[in-house]
Design a protein around this ligand. Structure first.
Ligand code: 5RP
Length: 233
């Protein structure tokens, strides 16, 4: 291992690379958002550069993923130009034993849900700290809300028993604004007994665009761990 390099960072690199290695030539690839999938995008670029991988096109799940893809030479397309996605690789904030997820730590869950649900194969890349027995144990549920509806949506969420908090940006100078121009409310629940039902209930509140609960869509979870100071996938 390289001296002085953070083992968690190395582990994220390893798990990001393991996912990138599963991508085959000639495929349409959903490109996730976050610090782990940033490595996947980087390694996909490396594989293209070395010609080991050919003719892939990416569908980014965020402005951030699109910028990284361009930086690493991955050609991009849109959902208007393709009729399917072969494989999507994305991070997560929590993963339960049924491979249900909470996503949206990077406020990108709306586009992530569109892309990840369309993929024939959806691979999640996480470190072992994201594995939980029950969703909501350590992470709040991100809910993207149209700005004019922030107050009524927060009241409706409180009626459901949730504790909503408007997500603020760096230095708390203003709210986080999503790629769609909306805001994010992070909602804590005492216990999420039925993720599928909560996902639907939240999305039924007028003004909610999408929430970060992903149910029944994950095919494979690649988990990175640091063992004896070394990264393992
Ligand atoms: C962004 C996400 C990310 O995939 C999630 O937050 C995990 O990110 P990281 O790999 O940086 O831990 O859902 O909206």
């Amino acid at each position: 291992m390289t001296a002085g390099v953070d083992p968690v960072k190395l582990m994220k690199q390893e798990v990001g690379k393991a996912a990138a290695d599963r991508v085959q030539s000639g495929t349409i690839v959903g490109l996730g958002t976050g610090s782990t999938t940033a490595y996947t995008i980087q390694f996909l670029g490396d594989r293209l550069k070395s010609s080991e991988l050919k003719d892939i096109v990416g569908i980014p799940t965020s402005f951030q993923a699109a910028v990284l893809a361009k930086q690493y030479g991955i050609p991009l397309t849109t959902l208007d130009a393709v009729d399917h996605i072969d494989i999507a690789i994305d991070g997560a904030d929590e993963v339960d034993p049924q491979k249900n997820l909470i996503k949206g730590g990077g406020a990108a869950h709306t586009r992530e849900k569109i892309v990840d649900y369309l993929a024939d194969q959806f691979i999640v890349v996480v470190d072992s700290s994201k594995i939980v027995d029950r969703l909501g144990s350590s992470f709040a549920v991100p809910v993207e809300v149209i700005p004019m509806a922030i107050s009524p949506v927060m009241r409706a969420i409180e009626k459901l028993g949730g504790k909503p908090e408007l997500r603020m940006g760096v230095k708390k100078a203003g709210p986080v604004i999503t790629d769609q121009g909306n805001m994010v409310v992070d909602v804590r629940f005492d216990s999420i007994d039925n993720p599928a039902e909560l996902e639907k209930t939240l999305n039924n509140i007028p003004g909610v665009l999408e929430n970060g609960i992903f149910v029944g869509v994950t095919d494979l979870v690649l988990i990175g761990e640091v063992q004896d100071g070394k990264p393992v996938v």
